[in-house]
Design a protein around this ligand. Sequence first.
Ligand SMILES: [Mn+2]
Length: 236
Amino acid sequence: MKRFTANAVGRDFAVGDIHGYFTRLQAALDAAGFNPLLDRLFSVGDLIDRGPECRDVLHWLARPWFHPVRGNHDDYVVHFDTCDVDSWIYNGGSWFAGLSLADQQAFSAQFAELPIAIEIETAHGLIGIVHADCPFPSWEELRIELETPENNVQLTQLQNRCMWSRRRIDQLETQGVEGLRALVVGHTPLRRPVRLGNVIHIDTAGWKPDRGYFTLLNLDTLETIPAMPPNQSHRQ
Ligand SMILES: [Mn+2]
């Protein structure tokens, strides 16, 4: 878990799954008036696979204002030599298979740095970010379990639940996560952001060729840009 102090000079945003569509992401940032000198962008992960610009991810990881957690797709890159390659390629990972071994190792080393969870101080309380879910009723419990694991098998299982679980959104569970003002997650593509208790699901599928769009969540106001799904009136 990585902690960030409050942004005293600019705005903080979170964005949903990116999946190799960095040009579209930049367009969403431009539309929001994102200022890279003052503002910060946090990401729920799944930076790569499916889209045409996966290799650009290293440029984005080098930007001092861009802070992602690790998604399940990002975790494939970390464990590229031991993971289930067939299911990875089926889910968009063929771009990685086309890289040289040296490049694969370079990507893997960068992705291994991505934290499972991020917490950010804001004027109105602590914001948490994981890719899929916090599997505990309290954020403090997740912090303790991530940082003082009983053993490696348990830690891997916990990390996988943080990166893969759809239990909360599938069951529309509204209990939320104690110790946070809000938990921000992605992983499950939705037509619009969904709030369940204090858990905000923001993957509006900006990576989908049609109908998807990137949602930027302002971590101070908890307002979204855009406020409503674009072209909504045409879709009723
Ligand atoms: Mn995912």
